[in-house]
Design a protein around this ligand. Sequence first.
Ligand code: NAD
Ligand code: UDX
Length: 469
Amino acid sequence: PIQVKKVCCIGAGYVGGPTCAVIALKCPQIQVTIVDLNQARIDAWNSPDFELPIYEPGLADVVKATRGKNLFFSSDVDRGIQEADLIFVSVNTPTKKSGVGAGFGADLHYVESATRRIAAVASSSKIVVEKSTVPCRTAESMRTILEANCKPGCRFDILSNPEFLAEGTAISDLFNPDRVLIGSLQTQEGKDACAALASVYANWVPKERILTVGLWSSELSKLAANAMLAQRISSINALSAICEATGANIDEVAHAVGYDSRVGPKFLRASVGFGGSCFQKDILNLVYLSESLHLPEVAAYWRQVVELNEYQKRRFSKIVVDALFNTITGKHIAVLGFAFKADTGDTRESPAISLIRDFLAERAYITVYDPKVEEAQIWMDLSEACPHLTLDQIKRQVTIVHSALEACKSKEAIVIATEWKEFREIDWQTVYNNMTKPAFVFDGRLLVDADKLRRIGFKVKVIGRGEVL
Ligand code: NAD
Ligand code: UDX
């Protein structure tokens, strides 16, 4: 196969950074350069004390082992492109905010400008790999742009290689992936390019886990995988509402259902709702694709997965208000966790944001603690979620603190929004002693030992459990 010696990754974010750092670690013979237009982000990746721009367990060790040897971070995008024989495009593809397909379709302008840059500056042939999650047939548009703009003698082969890592476990997912998926045209050149990329992964991934398929199947498989994963959560969350109404227990139901080997036990944890930068965006993308293909029933089916998630978040806010005697105006509530899941500092689409927005609408006072999310990020997210409030107004109602104990002091209720392990180890007796009574705990993450807390004196409400308070 074609030997890959130099790799460039355009986009130094949650995907490009960890993915290409792991390639550098596992392939010492390959030089990897990760480029980004965002200078501050590149500076953070290069920081002398490894204060990296994203928090991901194990990532700093990988960067320490490779940076300056065969891993480089740079804002010189053009040079990165020129030197590489294989280029990953790993830029953001957010949901469009305006124009055609607003609220559903993917905003592809970052992908397009990266593609145009490759065409403009490449002076030798390249394998271009679509790493970003994109709608079906985006590779075709990339090929058209590249071929229309390339220099004589340059050829471009396009591959699709979607990323399946989950945040918080990115490094172990990359070390030991369930599968690596590579899509290519079924021409000889397409198959050769596919073999070249497969030989990079073969440095550490067993051959049978490297799947090669057609381009469109590869692109669609990424949207399909996220849609089916999110659908499991919406299914279990829909059942959690039935549990609360009937007195059943969602943990027991999930356990019993998951024991069926056809269903399987993973990813059936009821919650306050799924968050993260991918699930909602990718499903809306699939909805938009289905509608464009004149498949309204298919679109409606997938749309319901997102709608159920919105319902679950609203439902949880209402559980809090109802239990606190139908009013939280002027009450003090601690929100534990702001990230969309544990072991990440990422807050994109975090359910904590929707909960706090709802509580602010009721004019409650909120104290937030999260072990990893930066204060500035919290203010930015709340300002965006509450456009009718000024930042000053928000700051009058919200306080950010630096420990769970401090957050809970003198509060009437505690809401658990993220399943950080440290929340499991809180000294609940001390928390209880320092709270206003009756003291409530609302567990949106099936995290606490409810019986233990009740013995201390708390009133406890856990998502998906039918007990009375
Ligand atoms: P991100 O926003 O963290 O990173 C994208 C980076 O690309 C940014 O730093 C931005 O400055 C840079 N960029 C944008 N346009 C550029 C250009 N023209 N030239 C150079 N740099 C440019 O996004 P992310 O979370 O890493 O996601 C990237 C893609 O991977 C998305 O399509 C996403 O759907 C997909 N994905 C994300 C995850 C995840 O867990 N975050 C998992 C799988 C797939
Ligand atoms: C997801 C996919 O898992 C990953 O394969 C893809 O590459 C990117 O999108 P990510 O969003 O990083 O990864 O995290 P994930 O672990 O999937 O969690 C997403 C959300 O679902 C989180 O808010 C999480 O708390 C929630 N969740 C997850 C549940 O509520 N219940 C579960 O059982 C699992």
